[in-house]
Design a protein around this ligand. Structure first.
Ligand code: BEZ
Length: 212
């Protein structure tokens, strides 16, 4: 199947996980989702990533985002590995890890990049909206652990920009100024944004975070 692109419908699946058999859409309900793959169980970078993800779960919960991880090892292996993650990362893994032994989900989401490794998944991240459309795709190599602050930052941007006619500038963080959507004329923007509109250039207009 062709690789997924932004705006595509995230494929649904039913899979064995560390928390039993789960259907992805049922698990997500009407909220947001983040699906991320790991090369293999009992590997050092993945161990730190899953521990970090568990510590971030409270922040994702606040934003109505459900996490689901994946590796191509089996559910029993995942359960043993989770014990190590909990012990070494001083946390409790509190979200399911797909046991994708038959690589069904990896194939659906194009998580195996054969020229990098022909059997293990790369570090893919998909953020999925309540409409089940793919909102973000990131792909990291096996040797680079992901930055979960960045994933939260993107969720904040996606949730803000899906509700307001704004976009978020480089290195933006929650609460900072945002840019007015290019589709909105400045005069109209001044009516919409009660915090004021600063016109740096006709195409670059700043306004305070409308939710702050
Ligand atoms: C890791 O998670 O530590 C890892 C996995 C595959 C290759 C390199 C590192």
């Amino acid at each position: 199947m062709a690789a997924l692109r932004l705006g595509d419908t995230a494929p649904d699946f039913t899979a064995s996980t560390s928390e039993g058999t789960l259907n992805f859409y049922d698990y997500l309900g009407d909220g947001w989702g983040i699906l991320f793959s790991h090369p293999a169980d009992f590997t050092p970078v993945c161990t730190t990533e899953l521990g970090t993800a568990a510590k971030f779960k409270g922040e994702f919960d606040k934003r109505n985002v459900k996490m689901m991880a994946l590796s191509v090892d089996g559910a029993e292996s995942h359960k043993e590995w989770i014990k190590d993650i909990n012990e070494t990362q001083n946390t409790v893994v509190n979200f399911p890890i797909i046991a994708d032994e038959d690589k069904k989900v990896s194939d659906l989401y194009d998580m195996i990049h054969p020229n990098a490794n022909d059997t293990l998944t790369v570090r893919s991240v998909f953020i999925i909206g309540p409409d089940k459309k793919v909102k973000l795709i990131l792909t990291y190599p096996a040797s680079t652990g992901r930055n979960f602050y960045e994933l939260l930052r993107v969720v904040d941007s996606l949730q803000l920009t899906s509700n307001h006619k704004v976009a978020t500038p480089a290195n933006w963080k929650n609460g900072e100024k945002v840019v007015v959507s290019p589709a909105i004329p400045t005069e109209e923007a001044k009516q919409i944004f009660s915090g004021g509109v600063e016109e740096v250039k006709p195409y670059l207009r700043l306004t305070p975070d409308p939710t702050a």
